[in-house]
Write a protein that binds this ligand. Sequence first.
Ligand SMILES: C[S@@+](CC[C@H](N)C(=O)[O-])C[C@H]1O[C@@H](n2cnc3c(N)ncnc32)[C@H](O)[C@@H]1O
Length: 204
Amino acid sequence: MAGDAALFVRRFVQHPWQVGAVAPSSTTLARQVIAPVPRTGDPVVVELGPGTGSFTAAIQRRLDGRGYHLAVEIDEEFAAVVRRRHPGVDVVVDDAARLPELLAARGIAAADVVVSGLPWAALSPPRAAGVLSAVASAMSADGAFTTFAYVHALWTPPARRLRRTLGCTFEEVVPGRTVWANLPAALVYHARRPQRVTTVARPA
Ligand SMILES: C[S@@+](CC[C@H](N)C(=O)[O-])C[C@H]1O[C@@H](n2cnc3c(N)ncnc32)[C@H](O)[C@@H]1O
């Protein structure tokens, strides 16, 4: 949507390190990112950094009224957009690092699936490791986590650090194929089974 693109650019100019992208993710990338959301049952699905809701819409379509969908967005303006468009989603303006407290406050023991749109490359190494560790501690033992990285930046220290930190945090991490139908091209990391104890990856 043109309005979403304009809002994204404006928020990026105002808070580049927080938004971390100049455009919302494509529907093709969204399909890959939300792949672990189960097609049956009542899963607890958490979305981190929904922005204007590219992944939110895909998750809501997949859930079709089942389960529980919590979206944690630090930017009030993005949160207001998602809340207005998706009344079935519990949208909270907060820091993803507080996921354990946010779930506890709702009487929820653990998330089955966590889908992340967070701008990892824009976070300092301790901050990124801290957020990931907090998220992992809020997941069920066989929980699934997905996040994405831009392909042109995979060689950079923040991207390599993310890959290593994911490896320290989850028992299994599988990179997906390059999604060319996204600006810029991206790939999705599919992680499973949080290990609970995170080691902060050292710079390459
Ligand atoms: C790269 S954008 C992705 C937006 C959307 N998921 C997409 O793919 O189009 C990053 C989003 O994460 C949000 N964000 C950044 N840091 C956050 C934090 N600590 N907690 C929650 N949301 C955060 C930003 O406000 C922004 O909406």
